[in-house]
Write a protein that binds this ligand. Structure first.
Ligand code: SF4
Ligand code: SF4
Length: 343
């Protein structure tokens, strides 16, 4: 494990910029989101989680797939440099790895059925994900329900812990180790550093509420698709879509054509199953015409269908949807209600 003094962070980030396009949390009005950073001063590390999620880096909310005019079709050029992300939280790193399974089709699907999304792959290829331990998790954090925690290194290329004087940095992937070995200010940690890290981890974990056992959640959901419980769960939702928009793992999109014959573009835009028009068919029929159907779809996709396809829940417990819902729907309470429901 390496360390360098906190004051050397700007130098470390400049070092990363030699090889990478650097993304990091930055102010966006009163909120924070990941942005391409040109100088250290632009970074905002005052919040634990960014308000907006990091899927934007590899899966932008609006992306031109191609444009066309009388000279032919143009697709976006590949990025000049790979992406490095500073300031991810461990839940967000896990969410990016989950989306990679979807867009790069990295799981065990038969070769002939695979579809690999070139737009995601172009941006994601050779990227460096640097996650930072959460020293003081929020009351909305529940990553520990998913076998994770504030010091979970899973999926990181480099895992960072901010100490009192030093940043401690662990190279998890070969790529991460190579980057750290090449930074001139990085030195090896000693026993005193190991003791500080241990204390910080214990303190961070003490902020978390005890984890709920959700091992039965999927099998419970298998049995309640048409249970009246959904009427109770879905009643409050106003289908604003904020929870899906802000969620780092939701990845539904729409494709639309802009322009006219002879000149225009095809764009991909984030969409959400919580919107009424998402499933409206050309005939006018809508298989998810009411709130109950849409809330059930979101819950089922995250905690049931995704488990069937990828053997994991499509949720990291980041708590963003808990913070943003205007009618205070709390996904943790929904999960508890489902688990406690008598069939
Ligand atoms: S469902 Fe909520 S808690 Fe889970 S990943 Fe999405 S925003 Fe985070
Ligand atoms: S944020 Fe709340 S009200 Fe809006 S769609 Fe999600 S659950 Fe429904």
């Amino acid at each position: 494990m390496y360390k360098f003094k906190i004051v050397y962070l700007p130098e470390f980030l400049e070092y990363l910029q030699e090889k990478y396009t650097l993304w990091a949390p930055a102010k966006s009005g009163t909120e924070t989101e990941f942005k391409v950073i040109s100088s250290f001063a632009e970074i905002d590390q005052s919040r634990l989680n960014t308000t907006l999620n990091p899927k934007e880096i590899f899966f932008p909310r609006r992306e031109v797939l191609f444009s066309y005019d009388e000279n032919g079709i143009k697709t976006p050029p590949p990025p000049e440099k790979p992406v490095a992300v500073w300031g991810l939280r461990t839940c967000d790193t896990r969410s990016i790895r989950m989306l990679d399974e979807v867009f790069s089709n990295a799981h065990q699907m038969p070769e002939k059925e695979m579809f690999k999304d070139p737009y995601w792959i172009n941006k994601y290829a050779d990227s460096l994900l640097i996650s930072q331990a959460c020293r003081q998790p929020l009351s909305t954090c529940f990553c520990n329900w998913f076998n994770s925690g504030p010091f979970d290194e899973t999926g990181s290329d480099i895992f960072v812990i901010k100490g009192e004087v030093n940043y401690y940095l662990k190279g998890i992937s070969d790529k991460g180790q190579e980057v750290l070995a090449g930074f001139a200010k990085a030195e090896q940690t000693d026993e005193k550093d190991a003791a500080e890290i241990k204390d910080l981890q214990a303190a961070a974990e003490s902020y978390m509420s005890p984890a709920l056992d959700i091992s039965d959640l999927k099998s419970k959901l298998d049995k309640i698709w048409d249970d009246p419980l959904w009427e109770e769960i879905g009643a409050k939702c106003i289908n604003c879509g904020a929870c899906a928009y802000i969620c780092p793992t939701c990845h539904c999109f729409d494709v639309s054509d802009e322009g006219k014959a002879g000149k225009g573009k095809r764009v991909r835009l984030w969409d959400a199953c919580m919107f009424q028009l998402f499933t409206k068919e050309a005939s006018g029929h809508n298989p998810r015409s009411n709130s109950l159907n849409r809330v059930r779809q979101r819950v089922m996709h995250k905690y049931n269908y995704f488990v069937d396809n990828y053997q994991k829940f499509l949720c990291t417990g980041c708590g963003r949807c808990v913070s943003v819902c205007p009618v205070n729907m709390d996904i943790r309470e929904i999960i508890k209600k489902i688990l406690a429901h008598e069939i």
